[in-house]
Design a protein around this ligand. Structure first.
Ligand code: NAG
Ligand code: NAG
Ligand code: NAG
Ligand code: NAG
Ligand code: NAG
Ligand code: NAG
Ligand code: NAG
Ligand code: NAG
Length: 446
């Protein structure tokens, strides 16, 4: 009976993880796009659009967000402040005043920092970069103002736009329908008067790594003081097919799989976007980023792990990077050296996940591949006598995310084990025990 249960459990787990837009470490993480109509105009309205990133550890990096939608009727954008539509579209039917954008499906991007003040509004103009909420809640928001024409001019005749899309900057987000919600209430700067939007609608967008890319974008390697085996990232952890790389310092492109011509064709087809495609240093894992977890020291009451993040992409400086690790001892962090740190408590009482990020002006930029392309830290944890052990790979993290994407772990049977441990069998029996316990719970709950 037990094997059948475990198959059921595994199938369930697989189904849940494929279901996509759900991150077990940040179950409430989403990006909301809120439209507040601030005034009516003779042929439409002026709205302030606010993009809030409620994700704990997933930011939007340069070159930034693109928000798109489909107008419900024949609306046009007369003007924008704090952002711009990427294409004007066909405005030939207009005489005199020409709209900013006549496309039925506008795509809007942020302005760059330093635009003239008369083109700015609060929280605009950061080149589309939005911080993760857990790292910097004050910068986890973006906003722009849009003046819409040929639209309804009362809350009953306005039609909400449809089919919202969000690139952050690449694919991965799926947006739900716009929902009319109670009007936002604003407090005046002196906090003595409240005003409210004439009408408000919200759109919620969620992230799914499967939509963002077929392969992981980072991998994890392990080592320990008690075993001199270094467990590397799995071979081709981030996919080898159609990828080119450059050897060490030569910077001469190499095809990894002999599919060079195809890679070139794809790159050529992508045109200028190729500049944003990674230029990887050749490795066996072919990941742009590797996270190494080293179990470094064992004290009587504490133990110490060293974490190093290495960038293998010559075309990317990661600014405001984030690292998330899940390990049962992270609720007893005593000290974190040279990284900043915050617990991520997704489920009330379970405190086994921590977010690490760089110290401002010190190591919050993970430089492009090369001699400076790494950052590192050490974490001191207090042992909990009830759970602590070096056996069976316990000292290694269960999950690791870099910039909000889950990293590929080494296979469970490859973890470094204690020299006196008999065979790799204990790890397998631990796995079986976990499955049995989960199966038991499922049986109890059903
Ligand atoms: C979006 O995130 C916020 C903040 O975590 C949460 O309150 C809200 O329920 C989420 N919305 C949806 C539709 O999940
Ligand atoms: C539209 O405005 C009327 C009052 O002018 C109000 O009663 C109604 O709730 C509003 N509807 C929406 C969808 O905001
Ligand atoms: C919205 O997208 C769906 C599916 O992509 C499509 O069937 C529908 O026609 C679109 N609606 C509009 C108004 O473009
Ligand atoms: C709409 O989004 C805002 C954040 O942008 C949020 O504070 C508010 O609770 C949302 N309203 C609803 C009804 O989801
Ligand atoms: C990364 O930053 C360094 C120093 O600021 C700069 O010299 C380099 O060109 C940057 N690389 C990329 C790919 O932006
Ligand atoms: C989680 O653990 C950290 C120490 O690692 C502690 O500072 C924090 O207060 C804990 N949070 C909760 C909700 O238990
Ligand atoms: C570890 O953290 C948990 C929860 O914060 C706490 O109950 C426990 O006493 C801590 N253990 C040690 C050894 O500090
Ligand atoms: C270290 O761990 C590896 C598994 O990763 C194992 O093959 C090896 O025998 C271990 N070394 C010792 C000295 O036990």
């Amino acid at each position: 009976m037990e094997p059948r249960c475990s198959v059921l459990v595994l199938t369930l787990a697989a189904a849940l993880s494929v279901a996509g837009a759900y991150d077990p470490l940040d179950p409430n993480g989403n990006i909301t796009i809120k439209w507040d109509i601030m005034s009516w105009t003779p042929d439409g309205y002026v709205a302030v659009v606010t993009i809030n990133n409620f994700q704990m550890y997933r930011q939007i990096m340069a070159p930034g967000w693109t928000v798109g939608w489909t107008w419900a009727k024949k609306e046009v954008i007369w003007s924008m402040v704090g952002a711009q539509a990427t294409e004007q579209g066909d405005c030939s039917r207009f005489k005199g005043n020409i709209p900013h954008c006549c496309k039925r499906t506008p795509a809007v991007v942020d302005l760059l920092p330093g635009v003239p003040y008369n083109q700015q509004i609060a929280n605009c103009c950061r080149g589309g970069v939005i911080s993760a909420y857990g790292q910097d809640p004050g910068a986890a928001v973006a906003a722009f103002q849009v003046s819409v024409g040929q639209a309804g001019t009362t809350n009953r005749t306005v039609k909400v736009p449809k089919n919202f899309t969000l690139l952050g900057p690449g694919p991965g987000y799926t947006c739900g329908p716009a929902k009319i919600v109670p009007s936002t209430v604003f407090l005046t700067p002196d906090r003595r008067r409240k005003t409210q939007a004439l009408m408000t609608w919200n759109v919620t967008c969620t992230y799914s790594q499967h939509l963002a890319s077929k392969y992981p974008s980072c991998c994890v390697s392990f080592s320990s003081f008690y075993n001199d085996t270094i467990v590397p990232c799995a071979k081709c952890a981030c996919g080898c097919v159609h990828k080119t790389c450059v050897q060490g310092d030569s910077k001469r492109p190499l095809a990894v799989t002999g599919k060079h011509e195809h890679a070139h064709a794809v790159a050529a087809a992508r045109g200028h976007r190729d500049k944003e495609a990674p230029l990887l240093q050749c490795t066996t894992h072919m990941c742009p980023v590797r996270v190494h977890w080293h179990v470094k020291l064992n004290y009587k009451e504490y133990w110490r792990a060293k974490i190093a993040i290495t960038n293998f992409n010559y075309r990317m400086n990661y600014t405001q990077w984030t690292l998330v690790a899940q390990h049962p001892n992270l609720d007893n962090i005593t000290e974190v050296f040279s990284f900043d740190y915050k617990p991520v408590v997704a489920y009330g009482s379970i405190n086994d996940t921590a977010m690490f990020y760089g110290l401002k002006y010190f190591n919050d930029h993970l430089m492009q591949a090369g001699p400076y392309g790494n950052v590192q830290s050490e974490v001191l944890m207090r042992k909990d006598a009830g759970t602590f052990t070096f056996r069976q790979g316990w000292a290694f993290p269960r999950k690791v995310y870099f910039n909000g994407d889950e990293c590929q772990m080494p296979p469970p049977d490859a973890y470094p084990y204690l020299p006196n441990a008999a065979l790799p069998a204990p790890a397998a029996s631990l796995g079986a025990a976990v499955v049995a316990v989960v199966a038991f719970l499922v049986l109890v709950m059903v």
